[in-house]
Design a protein. Structure first.
Length: 147
């Protein structure tokens, strides 16, 4: 009887340690992958600002995660929804395609957003939208070659 109890205790402790190790490994990988994405996003933001001459004193850069994740975003839901609608319109007109790098949004106040996208063909586009109304209105489209 005591022998079975020792085996059961050893197995329970072993499973507990194993599950903690797996939990730690998963969380470390998630934190590492977020930091890698942030570095890539930050590098793309810098490239977009340089190439497209974006004034970051007027426009606040915002990443996809902040537009789509309620837990991370500091933006109000109305502004986030309007930014999502603007990106959807770029997908509908074929500007944003599968294979493009994640867009960076440059938000000016509550009525204007510009979306920078690095395309897989080596071009960088910036689409400016008026989001003061219910549906976003495309105001401008700029395309540049990226080295």
């Amino acid at each position: 009887m005591i022998q079975k109890r020792k085996i059961f205790t050893s197995v329970a402790v072993g499973l507990g340690v194993l599950s903690l190790a797996v939990l730690l490994f998963v969380n470390v990988n998630r934190a590492y992958s977020d930091s890698v994405n942030s570095q890539e996003e930050s590098a793309f933001e810098n490239l977009a600002v340089e190439t497209l001459k974006i004034d970051t004193n007027k426009a606040k850069p915002v990443y996809m995660r902040e537009i789509y994740d309620d837990n991370v975003s500091e933006l109000n839901s109305d502004l986030r929804n309007k930014c999502q609608d603007a990106l959807k319109s770029l997908t509908k007109d074929g500007t944003h395609k599968i294979g493009d790098f994640m867009p960076v949004f440059f938000i000016e106040g509550n009525d204007k957003v510009s979306i920078a996208i690095k395309h897989d063909d080596g071009t960088l586009t910036l689409d400016e939208f008026d989001i003061s109304k219910h549906d976003p209105i495309k105001l401008n489209h700029i395309a540049r070659e990226v080295k």
